[in-house]
Design a protein around this ligand. Structure first.
Ligand SMILES: Cc1ncc(COP(=O)(O)O)c(C=O)c1O
Length: 379
């Protein structure tokens, strides 16, 4: 078989040649003027994508490191934290807060559903006030997007800080950090930002800084105070992943050149086509249209065909990699990532691959039916 791979997992995602080329530039000293200039420019471009005027830091760590940065700098043991858990990554954020000694209240939504503001209000009345609220913008494990605008409006009326995981949606979906009153927004490099894994980006609001400054948890590598001090001279406190910074500069250029509105529209259309194609092939959709993610689609295989077998066929016969379910959804769903360096034609291709796999498995599939539905969704 041709050694060509088709990557459709919700991160890491394909890296564009322009970004690969940028990362191949010769190494430079990270304390020199050249790096400082690059760092300053990257931060300004990232702020445009975050739609924020808040302070913003590029950290050499994975997305989880970004989440830990948010927690380690705001949660003092014993603090009351409300964790809005809509899936595996919401659960990770909650566990992180518990690890730092939070007095945790969890509000869990069933898999495939979004957070419910009425329930948030009920729990606030019953168990609040909280010092920190944790939410996931795009729950990668279920393909659900939460309404952070509504949550932000609610939390902004209180003294609490809102910490949001946008690891799998920043750079793909319309995320208005400032308008939505998000105090700490976190993303990672290997998703819609089209880079290899290794960077996290974190923005910090003026409301959050006094909490960060007086926080009682130990922190060193992930200290936002150190990051802020170093950024005063466009430095980083520790050696940054210089090559990834080059790549980030190129990928942010690509996003801003395409235009944020166009990037968001492309992702919305890819999600639409994926959903239409999957439905036409007989798959169920875990999330309703109104809350469906634009970057990852969770599909539920017909009972006749097993999710694991389908994954294997795609991978072994066609070099196509999609993702399975996580936690309680393992073996029950498949997840198709369509973010970053991904086009409408790319999603037609993954639908074609699924279609051929089902056909080969002997299912009563009319060849072309999934592709046709996906294409029709685009017109
Ligand atoms: C929503 C979300 N949060 C956090 C993470 C964790 O990021 P990382 O694997 O880079 O640590 C991921 C990664 O898949 C994610 O999708």
């Amino acid at each position: 078989m041709l050694n060509k791979h088709y990557l459709y997992i919700p991160g890491p995602t394909p890296v564009p040649p322009e970004v690969v080329a940028a990362m191949g530039q010769p190494m430079v000293g990270h304390r020199g003027d050249g790096f400082a200039k690059l760092h300053g420019e990257i931060v300004e471009k990232a702020k445009a994508v975050f739609q924020t005027d808040n302070d913003l830091f590029v950290l050499t760590t994975s997305g989880t490191g970004g989440l830990e940065t948010a927690i380690a700098n705001t949660v003092t043991p014993g603090d009351k934290v409300l964790a809005l858990v809509t899936g595996n990554f919401g659960e990770r954020f909650a566990r992180l807060a518990a690890t730092y000694g939070a007095e945790l209240t969890r509000l869990e939504s069933p898999a495939g559903t979004a957070l419910d503001m009425e329930q948030v209000d009920e729990i606030w009345q019953a168990r609040g006030p909280f010092k920190i609220v944790l939410a996931t913008h795009n729950e990668t494990s279920t393909g659900v997007t939460n309404d952070i605008a509504a949550l932000g409006e609610y939390v902004a009326r209180t003294d609490a800080l809102l910490l949001v995981d946008a690891v799998s949606s920043m750079g793909a979906m319309d995320i208005r950090t400032d308008d939505w009153h998000v105090d700490i927004m976190v993303t990672g490099s290997q998703k819609a930002l089209m880079l290899p894994p290794g960077l996290a980006i974190v923005s910090v609001s003026p409301k959050a800084w006094p909490i960060v400054e007086t926080n009682g948890s130990p922190r060193f590598y992930l200290s936002l105070l150190e990051a802020r001090k170093s950024f005063a001279t466009k430095n980083t406190p520790w050696t940054p992943a210089v090559s990834l910074f080059y790549g980030l500069n190129a990928s942010l250029d690509m996003i801003l050149r395409e235009g944020l509105a166009n990037v968001f529209a492309r992702h919305a259309r890819m999600a639409l086509a994926t959903r239409a194609g999957a439905k036409a092939l007989g798959f169920g959709l875990l999330a309703d249209d109104a809350i469906a993610s634009h970057t990852v689609t969770a599909i539920v295989p017909d009972k006749v065909i097993n999710a694991g077998d389908l994954l294997k066929m795609l991978s072994q016969d066609m070099n196509v990699t999609i993702a399975g379910g996580q936690g309680e959804l393992k073996g029950k769903i498949l997840r198709i990532g369509h973010m970053g360096y991904c086009s409408e034609l790319d999603v037609i291709m993954v639908i074609a691959a699924l279609e051929m796999a089902l056909y080969k498995a002997g299912m009563a599939i009319e060849l072309g039916s999934g592709v046709k539905a996906a294409e029709q969704a685009l017109f």
